[in-house]
Write a protein that binds this ligand. Structure first.
Ligand SMILES: [Mg+2]
Length: 346
């Protein structure tokens, strides 16, 4: 079932908010509806935050957005593709009152020593990933190092596919409400969805399997792919390593379809050509860096949607400048589905 929100109404509502200059956030919020603000320490979430505004959907330039929607609608669904980040974009940021797991973070290797070793790598490299004092070239080397060491520990520590299943079952991870309906809407119109992640493809597939309880022919996952032996033991990784800083380089070359044979890396990928010919893009992300996911696509029109999940007070102006649409407060996916239905209406 598709929830058909009145987009124009939402845009108008957001437009009122946008008359206020950013980044003066206090002007933006209705004074009586501000619920709570978290305390943050260097981007680290210490408590759940919630911001009450007229709408959880904000549009910086409603006229530009409408122009893009009209252009995409005129070109037709055959020219549209969706490129989506996975963690905290398709999945919720908060799950059961706690920070939701990422596809990487939920993994329990079944070997506490190796779980601790991977955690130690996280503790060392994660601050470097966001350090403003490290040049991008050096940082890219560090990310390659981090991902490489982590993958090596997964092989060395004896990861099995069974432990992935168990980790997903035990993980604190959930899709945003309406994700399944969005995929279904897109599948019915043969619009491909590229899920682009620096995490682990096999885990993402297992999350899709366990949480959505169905498959979609239009989904493809571009992420790090594991290779298991006949007994379900991880033996290696396949393809180029995708880390947080090179998510823009491998989009179509690494893509493999997700279907009933999840994890079948020999499955044909001959849809890449048709995806490359789709010149209109709906991009979904939760990080400014996710905007780079559409690099390599020679698009004519791109509508970018950003989910601003935390550090809202400091980040809202940047997100509003960078994304055509911003969703706050761990919003469900209904607003995106509505956008897509506008793009596909005849
Ligand atoms: Mg993300």
């Amino acid at each position: 079932m598709i929830h058909r929100l009145q987009l124009q109404g939402i845009i108008n509502e957001s437009f009122r908010s946008c008359h206020f200059p950013f980044p003066c956030f206090s002007h933006y919020l209705p004074t009586t509806t501000r619920v709570s603000f978290s305390s943050f320490s260097c981007g680290k979430v210490t408590e759940m935050e919630q911001v009450k505004v007229d709408s959880d959907m904000l549009v910086g330039d409603p006229v530009l957005l409408q122009t893009k929607i009209d252009a995409i609608r005129l070109a037709g669904p055959n020219n549209l593709q969706v490129i989506a980040d996975f963690d905290a974009t398709l999945t919720k940021f908060w799950v059961n009152g706690a920070r939701g797991h990422s596809s990487h973070g939920l993994l329990q290797q079944g070997n506490p020593d190796f779980d601790a070793k991977r955690q130690a790598l996280y503790d060392y490299y994660h601050p470097l990933e966001f350090s403003p004092d490290i040049e991008i070239e050096e940082k890219t080397k560090l990310m390659l190092e981090w991902w490489g060491k982590t993958h090596a520990l997964l092989v060395e520590g004896g990861l099995t596919y069974e432990s992935i299943k168990q980790s997903v079952a035990n993980g604190n991870i959930a899709f945003r409400e309406g994700v399944s309906e969005l995929f279904e809407f897109l599948e019915e119109r043969d619009i491909p969805v590229l899920i682009f992640s620096a995490g682990l493809a096999d885990i993402i597939e297992e999350v899709l399997r366990q949480k959505l309880h169905r498959t979609f022919n239009n989904l493809r996952i571009v992420s790090n792919r594991m290779v298991f032996d006949d007994d379900g033991n991880l033996v290696s990784f396949k393809g180029k390593l995708i880390h947080s800083l090179n998510k823009n380089e491998h989009a179509l070359d690494m893509a493999a379809p997700v279907d009933e044979q999840f994890g079948d890396t020999d499955a044909p990928t001959n849809d890449n050509g048709s995806v490359k010919e789709r010149t209109n893009v709906l991009l979904l992300g939760d990080h400014l860096g996710d905007l780079g996911m559409s690099k390599g696509v020679n698009y004519e029109n791109r509508i970018s949607v950003g989910f601003l999940n935390h550090n809202i007070e400091n980040s809202l102006s940047c997100y509003q400048e960078a994304f055509d649409v911003v969703f706050l407060n761990d919003a469900p996916m209904w607003g995106v589905t509505n956008l897509v239905s506008q793009m596909c209406s005849s």
